[in-house]
Structures are given as structure tokens and as C-alpha cells.
Design a protein around this ligand. Structure first.
Ligand code: PGA
Length: 253
């Protein structure tokens, strides 16, 4: 049985006060309404993490994630955040390789391989993002593009470490655009990713990995997407900023 996960990526939104009230609302609704077999992860900006961690407390259906970290453990890296700092405030997950970080901060597949290693060695779980642009899809190169992202950033791992990863397929043309991949398009890519993983690590490992879909996922389309055989939840941007919408997505299983 793969883990069902709905993670909310708040990106660079909300003041601390707004973030605290959003997290409190989510924690309260989740406690009453969410099924036991779904895990929700809140990924607020760094400065919110400590406060949101306290709001989550020991709630077992919600975990805390960060949106990024540095690949080094400590030292002279002005403005950066280390895995130990994240752990010290109760973070369990780290989003890595989001398309916005790839595009605006030049994060390459090789660089992400280093970050994945740092995060795993700290005992944290990477939520590794992959996904193609519209241009790549229109050239019909999306399968090879996305599988290459996995190969170059993750396939240096042992099978035991690979099994600790969560993958998020996020077609760039669907992120923040209101255009969602159809359930068929998403399922086809997730299946392809799982086959690619099986080719390297075997089908037992491939079958155990949670692969989330991200890109304009909302309470209306989540049910259809999550009903697909190879889709194990979502990485949610815009809709994660509204407590009701976010939890409704979590309830779409
Ligand atoms: P979106 O963002 O849900 O606003 O499209 C998803 C993401 O970037 O993770």
C-alpha cells in the first residue's frame, strides 16, 4: 500500500500572522474530517516553520515540510538554511527541484542530486519534483525529459534510499495556470515514471514509491486525478492557501 499524500507548497506567500492562522484552520479541519490513511504536509516559508510546527504539535495526519535547503551542512553560505536547522524545528520533508527553483535559481539535475543526498543523510524525506515545459511536450519529448530528471538526480541512490523518496510530477504548463493535466495525461506520465523506476530498482521498489501530481490541482479535479492507478496524491500550490480547498483536496480520496 503506497502512502497517500497531499502536500501544500505555500511558496512565497503569507506573512507569519497569516501563515499561523492558515495552519491553525487546516489543523482544526483535518482533525475532524480527514481519513486516517491520508497524510497532509504543510510547506510554508522558512520563517513560518517554527510556529507552524508548534501548531501541528503531535497531530498524526499532518507533517511539516520545507520548500528548499542548502546542499552543505553548515558554514559560510549567507542567507541559506541547512538540513539540521530544518530538523531542529520539526521538519520531516523537503521539496527539492521545484520547477521555479530550476528556472529562477538555476538548479540543475546534477546539483539536485547533491541536495537529495544531503536531505536523505539528515533523515529527512525529499519531495522530488520533475516535469516538462509545454514546448517539450509539444515536441513529444516529455517522457524522455522527465525520466532523465529522475535518472540524473536520483539514480545514484541505493534501492533502500530511493524508497525513502516522494516524487511529484508537475508539468510546468499546468503550474499556477489553471490548466490541469487531464487525468489520462497525468496517469500516463506517472505510469511511465513507475516503469522507469522499475527498470532500475525493480517492481517492488517502483510499486512502493508515492508519486504525486502537481499543477492547478483543486477540489474539483482532485477526485478524478487521485482515482488514477499510479497517482498517489498531490503537491498543491494556489489551492493550499485556502484551508477549506486544501483539506477538500485531501478528502478527495
Ligand atoms: P499550483 O502549484 O497548484 O498553484 O499550480 C503547484 C506547485 O507549484 O507545486
Amino acid at each position: 500500500m503506497r502512502n497517500k499524500i497531499v502536500a501544500g507548497n505555500w511558496k512565497m506567500n503569507n506573512t507569519l500572522e497569516e501563515g499561523v492562522s492558515l495552519a491553525s484552520e487546516i489543523v482544526n479541519i483535518v482533525a475532524d474530517e480527514l481519513k486516517d490513511d491520508v497524510k497532509m504536509i504543510l510547506c510554508p516559508p522558512f520563517i513560518h516553520l517554527n510556529s507552524v510546527s508548534k501548531i501541528i504539535g503531535d497531530a498524526d495526519k499532518i507533517a511539516l515540510g520545507a520548500q528548499n535547503c542548502n546542499d552543505n551542512l553548515k558554514g559560510a553560505f549567507t542567507g541559506e538554511i541547512s538540513v539540521d536547522m530544518l530538523k531542529s524545528v520539526g521538519v520531516g520533508y523537503v521539496i527539492l527541484g521545484h520547477s521555479e527553483r530550476r528556472e529562477y535559481f538555476g538548479e540543475s539535475n546534477a546539483f539536485l542530486a547533491k541536495k537529495v543526498k544531503t536531505v536523505l543523510e539528515a533523515g529527512l524525506t525529499p519531495i522530488f519534483c520533475c516535469g516538462e515545459t509545454l514546448e517539450i511536450r509539444e515536441k513529444d519529448e516529455h517522457f524522455s525529459f522527465v525520466t532523465k530528471q529522475l535518472t540524473e538526480s536520483l539514480f545514484h541512490l541505493s534501492a533502500a534510499d530511493f524508497q525513502k523518496i516522494v516524487i511529484a510530477y508537475e508539468p510546468i504548463w499546468a503550474i499556477g495556470t489553471g490548466v490541469t493535466a487531464s487525468k489520462e495525461q497525468a496517469q500516463e506520465m506517472h505510469k511511465n515514471l513507475r516503469e522507469h523506476i522499475a527498470g532500475k530498482y525493480g517492481s517492488d521498489v517502483a510499486d512502493s514509491i508515492s508519486i504525486l501530481y502537481g499543477g492547478s490541482c483543486n477540489p474539483k479535479n482532485a477526485k478524478d486525478l487521485f482515482a488514477q492507478k499510479d497517482i498517489d496524491g498531490g503537491l498543491i500550490g494556489g489551492a493550499a492557501l485556502k484551508s477549506r480547498d486544501f483539506v477538500d483536496i485531501g478528502k478527495s480520496y
